[in-house]
Design a protein around this ligand. Structure first.
Ligand code: Z16
Length: 830
């Protein structure tokens, strides 16, 4: 195996370079030095991209100083490391975040201005690192930033996809997917670590080796092997206090080319192996809240799990005599079930490679792992067909059977479980063609299992993990999600950050919960006006983008009513669109009424194979085209779908919202994190009692959030009663007329039946409770119309939202994980 040690760069301190200075003069000089000697341009001939690259390299030098310091400190202190295993890290752009956290924003701006270069302009040229689908991947990115900011020695482990999440275009109203190519111009943030590479096996056979006088052991001989090569990216914490590492794995063939085949004339065949290996890390699956069931996906999951575990074990053995104290030195968090095969893989490595007995290995494994669940949707729960699993990972399959036997024995013998209860906890689903249930595997292999909001965690105990929870009642705990205030307030909304700093000083930048100190300023008319002025500026910026990209003019004086997130039936963008159509109808029928102008803004991507989600995108675009062009509406209502929602667009949208739409069918959104970003930036929320909305209500108070609709238990009740939409539609003229308008082809005259199946789903079973919640949603929206005309009241509520959102910082989430699950971090000695 290709496992060598990384050379300590500043051994004895002899080779240690002078740390870089941060004044504008030095920065200006060094940026030009990079331009000249690393890029080969002079300031006169340099293009915008060259300046971006030179600036990135100069900033990167400053990160290196902190990075080594952090690594040396961890090694010296010998404390517990936290490894966050995640198939997705949705980071976005990195330059502004790094500059902000290093306190370099003003000196870099000044340095560049000497060459007539604008920092804000070059920042926009950086591609988004879009190695994630949505909430789960963005949470991992916020957690990486917060671990570095709160002093947790955190290591992210994931996959270096060549193609991140697809680029979305809208053509004639419909989503078109295009490949994303963030690496084509090189990636100055990553460092290839050839010396950290590991072999990953697939397929083959397991044989039993029996040596005289010794217990038999299993040896796995994989049929295929690929190489996992590490690429490290620094994760800079607030004030550069700590820099952690995100280690992403790239797949390569062991032999780059089969020379024998090539020489005998088979030029294509010579490359087959390398193509097959590289395919593993070629592309991110664009499936959110839905299992991607292909073999390649299982290969991806095992590939990055095994590489990460081998790396963790290697580092541990560099610093310790053996692996028996692994759990004292490492906590491994499984971000959803995507890395759950790690449970079997660590067992294999401990037993087959490092000679542990089963019981000892199982103790170490459980003490090391913990698992976060992000969804209860049955279609999202991963379960792999046994035959596929067995063919690809035969030894891991054996281990899973053995784990299962142990768990079932414990349940039957010690707890008297009957056959039905045993079937419910089994790692093998015998129901539909025998499958490995990855949630069950992650659960039994972990000492702690968490949900991502209080409601979601309760529902986990009642639904998917009901029987395992009964067996292990102390294992499930809640860790409500959070978002990093550096990216989502300071960097995205410098205007608001400046205003708050003027009002209460900069203390909230180090401790976001201090933002509560602006709460009483909700009663201060002068402050409210300045708060509203910042919002207005942010809305103008978004209005300009909408004008440029979509040739639609929107009035920044209107309510900016925004729903941005992945498109999914349970998130109910459809309900929002139906409300827009009903409002359109009312504005036309009652022109004399005093309508409050509104701009309804949508953005988000649909999984390419998710037909209904794509129809919803199409509907939003079709409805927008008709409403925006109707003179009878007199600009009182606009409907806009902004293409290609991503982290960078979110950074512009969040600060520009008056109203945040968080309207999922209750019980289905595990947490939501966009809800937090909006409210932190002073948007009011219209939402259901779902996910973290419930806790937002508790923090901001019921006067400052607009809750409507069925509760989770009411939804469950109606579903048991086989609720259908028809009787509701019959008794609700506004709803019926809106649906009739859709069915009539009013919005799609070229293809009038386009949305028939979307509408007939509502009549037939209304699974997502769109009809059931329509009236409550409509009434709440109209109350908000009224409130918006009372700007004093509206702005006071907006101030309360910003003031009271400090708790939803990912710093708080991370401190809870560190305290309750990892037993690691700065608050623990050693
Ligand atoms: C995802 O983004 C989420 C769940 C999931 O099973 C798969 C993906 Cl890709 C989301 C949840 O839907 C959302 O409620 C939650 O806030 C987020 O994960 C982070 O926990």
């Amino acid at each position: 195996p290709v496992q060598t040690h990384e050379a300590p760069l500043n051994g004895n301190g002899v080779l240690k370079p002078e740390p870089r200075l941060n004044d504008p003069d030095t920065l200006a000089r060094q940026i030009v030095e990079k331009l000249t000697y690393s890029i080969g341009k002079n300031p006169a001939s340099a293009r915008k991209y060259d300046w971006l690259r030179a600036t990135t390299l100069a900033v990167r030098d400053r990160i290196m100083d902190h990075w080594f310091e952090s690594a040396d400190r961890f090694a010296e202190e010998g404390g517990k490391r936290v490894c966050y295993l995640s198939m997705e890290f949705l980071i976005g752009r990195m330059l502004r975040d790094a500059i902000n956290n290093l306190g370099l924003t003003e000196p870099v701006r000044e340095a560049l201005s000497r060459y007539g270069v604008e920092l804000d302009m070059i920042e926009l040229l950086e591609p988004d690192a879009a190695l994630g689908n949505g909430g789960l991947g963005r949470l991992a990115a916020c957690f990486m930033e917060s671990m570095a900011s709160t002093g947790v020695p955190g290591y992210g482990y994931g996959i270096r996809y060549v193609h991140g999440f697809f680029r979305q275009e809208i053509a004639d109203g419909a989503q078109v997917e295009l490949p994303e190519t963030w690496l084509v111009h090189g990636n100055p943030w990553e460092f290839e670590r050839r010396n950290a590479s590991y072999e990953i096996g697939f397929g083959g056979k397991v044989s039993t080796i029996q040596e005289p006088g010794r217990p038999s052991r299993q040896v796995w001989r994989p049929a295929e092997r690929v190489l996992a090569v590490a690429y490290d990216t620094p994760m800079v914490g607030w004030r550069g206090r700590q820099v952690n590492t995100l280690r992403l794995w790239s797949a390569q063939a062991l032999d780059p080319i089969l020379l024998d085949a090539f020489n005998s004339g088979d030029h294509i065949g010579a490359l087959v192996e390398s193509n097959k290996a590289e395919a593993i890390t070629r592309v991110l699956y664009p499936a959110d809240s839905h299992q991607a069931g292909q073999e390649l996906r299982l290969r991806q999951e095992y590939f990055f799990s095994s590489a990460s575990l081998q790396d963790i074990i290697r580092r541990h053995l560099e610093e310790n005599d053996n692996l028996s104290n692994l759990a004292d030195k490492v906590a491994i968090q499984l971000n959803d079930t995507h890395p759950a095969v790690s449970v079997a893989e660590l067992m294999r490595l401990l037993i087959d490679v490092h000679g542990f007995e089963w019981d000892e290995a199982w103790k170490i494994t459980r003490a090391t792992f913990s698992y976060t669940n992000h969804t209860l949707l049955p279609e999202a729960l991963e379960h792999w067909p046994i035959h596929l699993f067995e063919r690809l990972l035969p030894r891991q399959m054996q281990i899973i059977y053995a784990i299962n036997t142990g768990i079932i024995r414990e349940a039957a013998q010690e707890h008297g479980y009957d056959d039905g209860q045993v079937a419910a906890i089994s790692l093998i689903d015998e129901g539909n063609g025998r499958r490995v249930r990855m949630g069950q595997l992650a659960f039994v292999g972990s000492h702690a299992v968490n949900g991502v909001s209080a409601l979601h965690t309760d529902l986990m105990k009642q639904t998917v993990f009901r029987d395992l929870h009964a067996l292990y009642p102390d294992r499930i705990q809640n860790k409500t999600n959070g978002v990093t205030p550096r990216r989502w307030l300071m960097e995205a909304n410098p205007g608001l950050t400046g205003l708050i700093t003027e009002a209460i000083g900069p203390g909230f930048l180090d401790d976001i919960e201090k933002i509560i100190e602006i709460d009483h300023l909700a009663d201060d008319a002068g402050f409210r006006e300045r708060f509203a002025a910042v919002k207005r500026q942010n809305k103008e910026r978004l209005a300009n983008i909408i004008g440029e990209r979509m040739a639609t003019s929107v009035d920044p004086g209107a309510i900016f009513d925004i729903q941005v997130k992945r498109i999914h039936e349970y998130k109910r963008q459809f309900l929002n669109i139906i409300e827009a159509i009903a409002l359109y109808d009312q504005i036309r029928s009652h022109p004399e009424r005093d309508w409050t102008p509104r701009v309804k803004i949508f953005a988000g991507k649909a999984a390419p194979s998710y037909v209904q989600a794509k129809e919803i995108i199409h509907l939003a675009n079709d409805v927008g085209r008709v409403i925006n062009a109707d003179p009878a509406v007199r600009d009182l209502l606009k409907v806009v779908f902004i293409p290609n929602y991503n982290v960078s667009l979110a950074e512009i949208i969040m600060p520009a919202a008056d109203l945040s739409e968080q309207i999922s069918t209750a019980g289905l959104e595990a947490s939501g994190t966009g809800n937090m970003k909006f409210a932190l930036n002073g948007a009011l929320t219209i939402g259901t009692l779902d996910g973290a909305n419930v806790e937002m209500l508790e923090h901001v108070g019921e006067d400052n959030i607009f809750i409507f609709g069925l509760t989770a238990s009411e939804v469950a009740q109606r579903r048991r009663e086989a609720h259908s939409g028809r009787s509701i539609i019959d008794n609700e003229p506004m709803l019926r007329e809106a649906l009739d308008a859709i069915s009539s082809g009013l919005f799609c005259p070229d293809s009038p039946s386009r949305f028939h199946s979307l509408v007939s789903n509502l009549y037939n079973n209304d699974w997502w409770m769109i009809c059931a919640d329509f009236r409550a949603y409509w009434d709440t929206q109209r109350a908000l119309d009224g409130l918006y005309t009372q700007q004093d009241e509206w702005q006071a509520k907006a101030v309360h939202n910003t003031a009271r959102m400090g708790w939803f910082s990912s710093d708080r989430s991370i401190r809870e994980y560190a305290r309750d699950i990892w037993k690691a971090g700065p608050d623990r000695e050693g």
